[in-house]
Design a protein around this ligand. Sequence first.
Ligand code: NAD
Length: 515
Amino acid sequence: MHNKDKTCWNCPAALLKGNVEFRACGQSVSDIRTKISEEGLLIECARRPELGMFEPSITYDQCPEWRETEYGYLLKDMRIMILGIDGYLGWTLALKLAKLGCKVSGIDNYLRREAVAEKGSKSVVPIADMETRLKTAKEVHGVDINFKEMDLLNRDELSRFLEETKPEAVIHYGEIPSAPYSMVDAEHAIKTQHNNTLGTLGVLFLIKEHCPEASLIKLGTMGEYGTPLTGRPIFEGLFPADAVISWQGQEWSMGGELTPRDPASFYHVSKVQDTFNVYEACKYWWLRSYDIMQGVIFGVHTAEVSAHEDLRTRLDVDEWFGTVINRFVSQAVLGIPLTVYGSGEQIRGYLALEDAMECMARLIASPPEPGQYDVVNQLSQLYKVKELAEIVAKIGSQNHGLTVQIQRVENPRVEADEHPFLVVSKKLREDHGYDPKTPLEVEIDRMFSLLLEPEIRERLESIREAVFPQTWWNGNHKTSMTLEVYEPGTIEIEGYQPTLVTKSETYDTDPGDDT
Ligand SMILES: NC(=O)c1ccc[n+]([C@@H]2O[C@H](COP(=O)([O-])OP(=O)(O)OC[C@H]3O[C@@H](n4cnc5c(N)ncnc54)[C@H](O)[C@@H]3O)[C@@H](O)[C@H]2O)c1
C-alpha cells in the first residue's frame, strides 16, 4: 500500500491542538517548525480521545482507524463532503466513495442543469432528479448520501451543514466549468467569476471555522497554465526544488514557488484566482489542499453509475458545456462532420471518467500535511484535437458502421493553434500508485454504444442546433464557418509532438518541432 507509512501527521482525525497552536495569528511557518523541532509535537485524536496527547507517529497500517482498500489505506467511514454533488463528476464520485464505505454528504443548487437549459440543451444521457438518484443509490448500492439543495455562496446554510457533518475531506467541484459560457457576455463572465472565485473564498473561511483539519480537494484545470510557446515544462503547479531562473549571468532558485499561469478564458481566470486564494489559506491558517489541475474528462462509465439508469451521470455535448471527445462522439452519431477548431493542432491532457474517479479516491486516501498546498496534474495522456477526431471517426465507422467526416472550422477561441507541450504529471503515479486503466478507445466505444441507443439518439437529435460553436472570444455570436471537410485517414498528424513526463527519469527535453 503506497500510503502505509504516512502517520497521524497527515491524518485529518489528528487535532492539532496539542502543544503547538498552529493557527495562532502571527506565527510564521518557520517559527512553528522551529518550535516543533525543539519541543516535539503532540496531538489529540478526534477518533480515539482515550489516547490523550501523543506524538503523531502512528502509521496508517498500525492505526485501527485506517483500513486497506484498492486505493491505499483509507480512513474508516471517512466523512466526505462534495460541493457540486449533482454534477458530471460530483455524482459519479459520490457513488464511488459511498460504495467504498465513506459517509458522503453533498450540496448543489442545480446551477448546471439550469445553465444547460439556458443554452437550449439538456444532458444527452437522461439523468434522474436528486430524490430519485438518492433513492436508487440506496436500493442498488445500499448507500445513504446526505444531500442538501443549497448555493455554496449561502455561507450561513453551508456553515450549518459543515458543523453538522464535520467532514474530514471537502471535495470542491461546485463551480461553473465552462470557458465558452464565461465568454458569452458581461453577465456570464461576471456570474462565472462571482460564483467560482467568491464561492471558493467563502468555502475556505468555512473550512477554517468548522473543519480545519479536513483536506480540501479543489478542482482547477490544466487550462490554468496555458500553452507556453517556448516549450518550457509545465510543472505540477510549483517549481521543483532544482528549478532555477537565470538572468544577466546570475541564477536564483525557483524551488517551491508557484509556476506562471496563462489562463485561456474568463472561466480559467477564475480558477487561477482560486489557486491563489487556496494557496494563501494554506499559508495563513494551516489548511491543507490538493489543487488538481485536471485534464479534459471524457466518458460515461463507472461501475457505480452504470449499475442502473437512474444512477447515470450527465453527459453534455452542447457548445458551452460539452467537452471535446464527448462532442465528437455525439457529432459522429448525428452525422455532423466532427468540428475541429482552427488547425486542430492544439494539444491538451485527457483522462477517462473512471480514471478521474480513481485519482480522486487515491488523493482522498492520502491527505496532504497540515499547511501543505500541493498541486497535482491529473491526466492520463496528451492528444492533438485532430488526432482525437481521427480516433473517434475510426471507432465510429469500424465498430458502429457510421459514416464519419471531419471538418475544420474557424476557431472562435483565442488560443495558440500550434504549440509545444511538455507536461509533468508524476505525483499521482509516483506518490499515489495511480496507473491509468481506461484506454481512450474503450471509453469512446462505450460512449458510441450508449449514444446510439434509440432514446438517447432521439434526445441528441432534439439538441442538434446546440452542438455548433457560436460563442466567440471577441464577443461575436455566429456559427463558425467551415474551412475544410476531409475524410478520416487522409491527413498527416505532424508538427509539435507532445511530451508527458510521468516518472522521475531523464527525458528528451526537445519538444520535437519537426515542422
Ligand atoms: N469535466 C471536465 O472535463 C473538467 C476538467 C477540468 C476541470 N473540471 C472542474 O471539475 C469541477 C466539476 O466539473 P463537472 O464537469 O462535474 O461540472 P458540473 O457543472 O457538472 O458540476 C459542477 C456542479 O456544481 C454545482 N454548482 C455550481 N455552482 C454552485 C453553487 N454556487 N452552489 C452549489 N452548487 C454549485 C453545479 O450545479 C454542478 O452540479 C469543476 O470545478 C470544473 O471546473 C472539470
